[in-house]
Design a protein around this ligand. Structure first.
Ligand code: FMN
Length: 195
């Protein structure tokens, strides 16, 4: 890679931000393919390929919202109407929602946590690839990510894990400032861990 390419890659990685306000259009199929190709280069112990992605767009977002609300009510019958409505409308906040989940398999050397971490790494690659293409994206979880009832509705098994609801679309509103974090505040040398 020449220096210009290297600088561009580093700038992309160093300037990614989330975009909570997203409008039409969503990413094209070509752009999505590029996202998934990046996702699939995430580090992955024993090459288990645990990551899975469910695309939800158009009217299907209403069905997802309905499933989120029904599942939440099943998990917590006390849930009030305001919270249920909020969940029903949640997927409508972007043209495309991608549910990233980890398909967990038993493995003598790769515990479930590593399969979930690999899927999280895939999600990060996907977000960076979205940013590189000017696609707005935000990683969300919330209670639906931990709802056994929603997992069942989505066709996942008990051992599987929902890692992210990725909201994608065209960024709107003011560009978010890039926080100026100092790496030195997060790095120590051996024996000097800052607790
Ligand atoms: C595992 C995980 C779950 C998250 N869940 C939510 C969420 O449910 N709602 C939300 O507003 N932000 C959530 N976030 C944070 C946003 O994705 C985002 O990182 C945050 O708003 C900071 O913005 P930035 O990415 O531009 O620094 C989550 C992040 C991670 C890593």
């Amino acid at each position: 890679m020449n220096k210009t390419d290297t600088d561009q890659v580093l700038t992309t990685l160093q300037q990614r931000v989330s975009h909570p306000r997203l409008a039409e259009p969503g990413p094209s199929r070509e752009q999505l393919d590029a996202l998934y190709k990046a996702a699939m280069r995430a580090p992955d112990h024993a090459w288990l390929r645990p990551w899975r992605f469910i695309e939800v767009s158009g009217d299907q977002r209403e069905l997802l919202g309905q499933w989120m609300a029904e599942s939440a009510k099943e998990d917590d019958p006390e849930l009030d109407d305001k919270q249920t409505t909020k969940l029903s409308n949640a997927p409508l906040r972007a043209p495309l929602v991608i549910i990233a989940w980890a398909k967990i398999v038993p493995h003598p050397k790769v515990p479930p946590i590593e399969q979930i971490l690999a899927t999280g790494a895939a999600v990060t690659n996907l977000l960076n690839a979205a940013h590189a293409q000017g696609i707005g994206a935000v990683w969300r979880t919330g209670n639906p990510a931990y709802s056994p009832s929603l997992k069942t509705r989505l066709g996942l098994k008990e051992e599987d894990a929902i890692v992210a609801f990725l909201y994608l679309g065209t960024p709107t509103g003011e560009a978010k400032p890039i926080p100026g974090l100092a790496p030195a505040d997060y790095v120590t040398q051996l024996g000097q861990a800052d607790r």
